[in-house]
Design a protein around this ligand. Structure first.
Ligand code: KG4
Ligand code: ZN
Length: 345
């Protein structure tokens, strides 16, 4: 097929984003523009994302972000081959804002609409940044999701493991809150952990030894709470030691869960020479986690593919790219009456 240029919109959580992405017939692509407005400040006072505030913030900035994405790319709406927006999973108010905007643009331009699954966006990003071939393993670790999936092809995903309670980013955020550290908790916990002794406290490694690569983090969070209570009043050093111990338990759990996935992949695809683990989601920023994953991957003959951080966290380039990949796979688009889905595996 020909080269395609797609406008993408992302509004599923607390980032409003728009992007123009180009995909060539050979499967390579370029991000022509990518603008992200983070609502962190709007939500910080509440210690978490407030859905109603998020939806209103999307409404107030999305039009100008779309205009900025087009002008940064040096393109007009007429140059687009399709309009894409995240259609789920996520906060329903925000999804409605983004999808409705995309439908309006598709309607007035006569271009096809792509209602994209946010998780598919995360799953396919590495093919844009690293021109990766199928199949590969995906570890998605964000504030809302924690999954290990097999990416077999466009529209061909198998979820091998997921969290049975909290998402990993959520566990970092809750741990930070318990210890009086600021929101978002992930970076704060990582920073404190850097000055701590990871072996001072022995925290449980969740689900260790279970046969499927699922995750659980709520027990770990409870253990942190009990530890903080037992150590009260907690000194700054103790906070650092707790953070380091927490981060260590998380890393041990991820390595243990990934061992299962690596073995499963190798059994299923013995002939695949280029074995890759792709990481996505905001927690992929964590350096301790990255080095744990790199080590675990190497042990099993996999390479770790980590897209640049701004493409691991929520953005619209991944949505435009997923639509471009769907289009290249012969998927024509979605009807204009497609409804957003807050839950969409
Ligand atoms: O993917 P993301 O930007 O947004 C969504 O969840 O959709 O991920 C945000 C999550 C937050 O929970 C944040 O605390 C966590 O990623 N995070 C981190 C780090 N940076 C961000 N967790 C651990 N270590 C970090 N350095
Ligand atoms: Zn995400």
């Amino acid at each position: 097929g020909p080269e395609t240029t797609i406008l993408g919109i992302e509004t599923s959580c607390d980032e409003t984003a728009a992007s123009v992405v180009l995909r060539r017939p050979d499967g390579t692509g370029d991000i022509l523009s990518s603008v992200v407005f983070s609502q962190l400040e709007e939500h910080a006072a509440y210690g978490g994302v407030v859905p109603e505030i998020a939806a209103r913030a999307h409404v107030s900035v999305l039009d100008s972000l779309v205009a900025a994405a087009l002008s940064d790319a040096g393109r007009t709406l007429d140059d687009m081959d399709a309009i894409a927006a995240t259609s789920g999973p996520g906060l329903i108010g925000g999804l409605m804002v983004g999808l409705m905007t995309a439908k309006a643009l598709a309607q007035v331009t006569g271009k096809p609409l792509y209602a994209v699954n946010h998780l598919e966006g995360h799953a396919l990003t590495a093919r844009l940044t690293d021109n990766l071939d199928f199949p590969y393993l995906l570890l998605l670790v964000s504030g809302g999701h924690t999954q290990i999936a097999l990416v077999r092809g466009v529209d061909e995903y198998e979820r091998w493991g997921t969290t049975i309670d909290d998402a990993l980013g959520e566990a970092f955020d809750k741990t930070a809150k318990l210890l009086g550290l600021p929101y978002p908790g992930g970076p704060a916990v990582e920073k404190a952990a850097g000055g701590g002794d990871p072996k001072r406290f022995r925290l449980p490694v969740p689900l260790k030894g279970t046969p499927d690569p699922d995750f659980s983090f709520s027990g770990l969070k409870t253990a942190v709470r009990q530890l903080a209570e037992a150590q009260a009043p907690v000194s700054d050093q103790t906070i650092c030691d707790i953070c380091a111990s927490f981060q260590r338990a998380v890393c041990l759990s991820l390595a243990d869960r990934l061992d299962i996935a690596f073995s499963r992949f190798s059994e299923r695809f013995p002939a695949t020479a280029d074995r890759a683990l792709v990481i996505a989601g905001g927690v992929a920023a964590n350096k301790a986690l990255r080095s744990t994953l790199a080590e675990a991957a190497e042990k099993h003959g996999f390479r770790l593919v980590a897209p640049p951080l701004e493409l691991c966290t929520d953005n619209a380039a991944m949505i435009a790219w997923a639509a471009a990949e769907r289009r290249a796979a012969g998927i024509e688009g979605d009807p204009l009456d497609t409804a957003p889905r807050s839950r969409w595996p």
